[in-house]
Design a protein around this ligand. Structure first.
Ligand code: SAM
Ligand code: SF4
Length: 363
């Protein structure tokens, strides 16, 4: 297998072969080629987005997620506006450049209005200094338009698994978790002009190398601007915990994730790719390893420490006893040890998004 071939629209077989290789030399070549492609296109620094886990209240019941609505062991919380604005001030003082508001999925006018209001407040409070990414689940096109109008400009909504059968296997069949609806929501985000991000979980029970190859081809076909992928991790109070015997060891799930990042970077050199917290749950240097494999975004947690243990989407989530300051210093220390530079005070938007816009802009 020649890594150079990956730069010319690789096919399903080729991607699956790279994902399946156990040859350490080939893997090292792949990761190095992705790191070089990133450096050439985007430079060597990472951009940060301070993460606010706004609320663990969720109407969905995804079979893998620790905060699914049927998990009665979870103490539900909703941060106050003051707590959100405090985190915002932290992000600005810490020179993060951007923040992400992530939440369990809720619909209803009160939630829609609240996010709209918070986005406007954050923009006002920071004099438009901070870029805002939202990750608040499937919403109507009108809602996305409203949130974009308020000033958010990037949105993350993982497709979770692009194989509809696998998607169905990890979600309840109750009409509320429809693959087609997820896909439609992604189209609506693009139409609403968001820089649109998606992603999948890697190492799900029953998932094959061909499924993952198809995930990569989906990102390319959909022309996404950003991707956040991470290893699937067990949570003992979820239905798919029962299938844990079928899973790859966690270190292998991490290696597969690194290969997915590297392959995607070679296929889409100018998109934003996140180094996700789930990687750090497996290896304290998981996010840094992701950056060295082609990722360019990290999302340090800024959620107040008192509620972090209630946002455990998987077991052993790292940093739940830390506060925003500690999360920042741990990250800086780790990045420093790996020789990775931070781009402070920059939004770090998806270059791909702007190139696309230029291409389609009327003269
Ligand atoms: N509710 C929103 C949504 O689902 O899009 C945003 C919050 S949700 C907690 C963010 C992501 O967490 C999901 O897209 C999913 O991929 C990931 N996640 C949930 N449970 C997980 C698990 N057990 N292992 C790894 N990732 C998980
Ligand atoms: Fe809710 Fe998101 Fe968890 Fe699904 S993944 S249960 S939508 S928080």
């Amino acid at each position: 297998m020649d890594v150079e071939d990956l730069k010319k629209s690789p096919g399903r077989e080729q991607l699956a072969a790279w994902l399946s290789t156990e040859d350490p030399e080939q893997t090292a070549q792949l990761l190095a080629a992705a790191a070089a492609a990133k450096r050439e296109t985007l430079g060597d620094a990472v951009h940060l987005r301070g993460l606010i886990e706004l609320s663990n209240i969720c109407v969905k019941n995804c079979l893998y997620c620790g905060i699914r609505c049927a998990n009665t062991k979870v103490k539900r919380y909703d941060l106050t506006d003051a707590q959100v604005l405090q985190a915002t001030a932290f992000a600005r003082d810490a020179r993060y450049g951007s923040l992400v508001i992530q939440s369990g999925e809720r619909t209803g006018t009160a939630f829609v209005k609240r996010i709209e209001h918070l986005v406007r407040k954050i923009k006002q409070q920071t004099n438009n200094e901070l870029g805002i990414t939202l990750s608040c689940g499937e919403q109507s096109y009108e809602t996305y338009r409203r949130w974009y109008g308020a000033g958010a400009h990037r949105y993350l909504l993982r497709i979770e698994a692009t194989n509809p059968k696998l998607y169905a296997a990890i979600h309840p069949n109750d009409g509320r978790h429809r693959y087609e609806a997820r896909l439609q929501a992604l189209h609506n985000l693009q139409k609403a002009r968001f820089q649109t991000g998606t992603g999948v979980m890697i190492g799900l029970p029953g998932q094959t190398a061909y499924d993952l190859a198809d995930d990569l081809l989906f990102f390319k076909d959909f022309d996404v601007d950003m991707v956040g992928m991470g290893p699937y991790l067990e949570h003992e109070d979820t239905p798919i915990y029962e299938l844990r015997q079928q899973l790859l060891p966690q270190e292998e799930r991490l290696s597969l994730t690194l290969k997915m990042i590297a392959l995607l970077r070679l296929m889409m050199t100018d998109i934003n790719i996140a180094a996700t917290t789930a990687m750090q749950a497996i290896d304290p240097f998981g996010r840094e390893r992701a950056v060295l494999a082609g990722a360019n975004i990290i999302m340090p947690n800024m959620t107040v420490s008192g509620v972090r243990h209630n946002y455990q989407i998987y077991d052993h989530k790292p940093g739940i006893d830390d506060d925003a300051e500690l999360s920042k210093s741990h990250l800086e220390e780790n990045l420093g040890k790996m020789g990775i530079r931070i781009a402070w005070d920059e939004w770090g938007d998806s270059k791909h998004f702007y190139k696309k816009r230029e291409k389609f802009a009327p003269n």
